[in-house]
Write a protein that binds this ligand. Structure first.
Ligand code: 13P
Ligand code: SF4
Length: 370
């Protein structure tokens, strides 16, 4: 039987296949073109830019709104946002906020979390409904339900990059920032039962490493063959090439990258000290860059993340492991669309009440286990 993206396998088999690049993990949804306004080198007419910012600020006051922006957003959106962060921070800040309108420049699975957690007086808006996620698209509820039927005592840990229907049938949800903690928590609180981690196989590999380090067998771990098309293309060879060009540079990689396995091996073998190589969330990368003794850091994630790092820690040199690592889904958000979103109160994100009640349980756990 041919193994396909989205299939669920024992961790041992999934890891072997992922390391051998034996399964086609290409995106199951179409990649949209990137609007010119979201391109990293786009410059807007200065007068138009100032006008746009003023209009956004005015609407923000009138509507009692806040703007939340993911770390991959175009610089101009990050500059006017009230909160910039990774998926976990955006969910935390969204939950804490009392603003009437929450505009989140991110992708749909993050906006759905706000829609689930929102207070009755709040409206959640997405600047563009086409901001999907290739990783989330790999996980189909039918596959998870089949696994649950085969392993009725098993537990499901879903990564934040999943559709809300997947979260609703999961026991735990985690983000890249707290995946080690959630995985440890779940394994300690559910000894001996099968565990399904989904949908990212590279993060699954990282989960397997967490279990091994805790002295646990990975026999009870199951993984889904899923990946993000942006991070899947950041290969160990990209990191090696940049290390050759920049001897002494530190490396920080997102747990969704296909270079994760080689980074884990280097750290475990003691060849590279942890101060010079770590696996982090987009936000965690900022702390890593701050603390590493190296002045040059090779960053393995979407290139938009260079901006918040350089803003927080000026003076260090951030080199993308791959300049091609651009998420066209995240880049569906533009400053023009943020303005239109506030002006026309579009596009409102809502989640069916019953679905929201079920999804809220694993999301609350994600917010609590930090
Ligand atoms: P973070 O939680 O690290 O922001 O990651 C989310 C994501 O989609 C990365 O591609
Ligand atoms: Fe999804 Fe990958 Fe884009 Fe992150 S970078 S939102 S995982 S497609």
């Amino acid at each position: 039987m041919t193994i396909k993206a989205g299939d669920i396998l024992s961790a041992r088999e999934a890891i072997l296949l992922a390391e051998a690049e034996a399964v086609d993990l290409s995106p199951p949804i179409e990649i949209p073109p990137i609007p010119p306004e979201a391109h990293p080198n786009f410059t807007r007419d200065q007068k138009k830019h100032v006008e746009l910012i003023e209009n956004i600020q005015k609407l923000k006051r009138e509507r009692k709104a806040i703007i939340l922006a993911h770390n991959y957003m175009p610089k101009d959106i990050q500059d006017i946002a009230d909160v910039v962060g990774d998926s976990l921070l955006l969910a935390q800040k969204g939950k804490e906020s009392n603003a009437t309108v929450l505009v989140e420049a991110s992708v749909r699975f993050m906006q759905d979390i706000l829609a689930v957690m929102k207070k009755p007086h709040q409206t959640v808006l997405a600047p563009d409904l086409g901001a999907l996620c290739s990783l989330a698209a790999h996980a189909k509820p039918e596959k998870v339900l089949e696994w649950k039927e085969a392993y009725p005592d098993g537990i499901v840990i879903s990564y934040v990059n999943t559709d809300i229907r997947i979260k609703a049938i999961s026991d735990y949800c985690c983000a890249s920032a707290n995946s080690p903690k959630v995985i440890r928590y779940a394994t300690i609180h559910h000894p001996d039962v099968p565990i399904l981690f989904l949908p990212d196989v590279y993060l699954g590999l990282y989960a397997a490493d967490i279990l091994k380090k805790a002295g646990e067998s990975i026999d009870r771990l199951w993984l889904m063959m899923g990946a993000c098309h942006v991070h899947d293309r950041i290969k160990p060879s990209h990191v090696e090439e940049e290390l050759r060009k920049n001897p002494g540079a530190a490396v920080v990689a997102h747990s969704e990258c296909s270079c994760v396995s080689s980074c884990i091996q280097k750290i475990a073998s003691g060849k590279t000290p942890e101060a010079l190589m770590q696996i982090r969330s987009t936000q965690g990368m900022i702390d890593f860059v701050r603390n590493t003794p190296s002045d040059t850091v090779i960053m393995a994630t979407e290139v938009g993340n260079i901006y918040p790092i350089e803003k927080a820690i000026p003076g260090k040199r951030i080199i993308p492991a791959s300049k091609e690592a651009i998420c066209a889904f995240m880049k569906q958000n533009t400053l023009e669309k943020v303005y239109a979103s506030l002006r026309d109160l579009k596009y409102e994100i809502t989640v069916d009440r019953e679905l929201a009640e079920r999804a809220r349980i694993p999301i609350e756990k994600m917010l609590a286990i930090v």
